[in-house]
Design a protein. Sequence first.
Length: 399
Amino acid sequence: MKRILSNTTVKLLLGVIGGIVIGLVANQTIISVILPLKHILSQVIFFLIPLLIFGFITPAITRLKKNASKLLGRSLLLAYGSCIGSASLAALVGYKMIPLLNISPTTDTTQKLPDILFQLDIPPLMSVLSALVFAFLLGLSIIWVKSDKIEGALYEFQDLVFVMVKKILIPILPFFIAANFSILAYEGALASRLPIFLAILLITILCHILWMTILYVSAGLYAKVNPWQVLKYYGPVILTALGTQSSAASLGVAIEQTKKIPVLKSDVRDFAIPLFGNIHFPGSILDVVFLSLAVSQLLYGTMPDLSKMLIFIPLLGIFAIAAPGLPGGTLITSLGLIHAVLGIDDAGIALMITIFALLDSFGTTHNITSDGALTLFLSANSDKNNIKSDAEKTEVSVE
């Protein structure tokens, strides 16, 4: 029982249920206490976002120098292209399907919210985009200058940020969600939205299946190999991903299973599987994009303009590299981007976090399973272009 209650998804679901119950029975006095609590929690979350971006992206960039090769370049292009492709699929399906669901914002509520008792603002140290640009410039500068001391300090700072996430951000999310859902239930606007959540879940899962199919079929055609020869070994990986909701936790199983796949070059496989496990998150990005469109339509009666989505999707692909090791990390690290570019407020973000938690197992499974397709791509490409990994070059030089 204790193990079940420690699961992040279970905690978030309990937050939803608890919030709904509180909202249904609460009077104006209780809601008056919940409103400032929700505001403070949202302020803490948004304060941590720039630290997450800086703490994870900068060390990730400095680590690239150890594998600077043509194989790495092709791997990064494949991973980024796959993420952009899955996000574009989500946007295409969203713009086409969401209007058919007849989602309209609920404006009629049975009760109005009382005025907030007090409001404590906690401004972040820098904006989201400033943190992203600073992280990239600093990471590149460390590589150019070869500053080992600063690089080591950044790795320690990353550990500190990771602790902040595990000890502060993740624990307060259920309370943040509970506060938002209690307010929705108090207003009387929740019941009409529940069927929409189920439709969103179903459509998103179908999108996961479609994009993985596209990846594996494309890889098989390019490599002139039946993609089932790769996918059939992913059974244990899929079960692990569904249970842990973490690509990082599933990576060890993926490495072990892919060693059994004869159609993958051993040197490419040993290089690509760990790398893709840390930079390739098409499932999570697909969830974020579709949920952004659906929640925006649900709350505001309109979806973000295509021009905003054309900015959002490429940036989201970059933000994904900050997510390794965190359940729901892609959404957590992109909250500031969702707020800044798409204009989704606290209530919308709370809904996104909740639905994302329900989808996270499927998104994680998509993330780790699709790595096999990209590795098949890379393996065939290295054969055609006679490209070797850094590890293989070292072995050849030793011989």
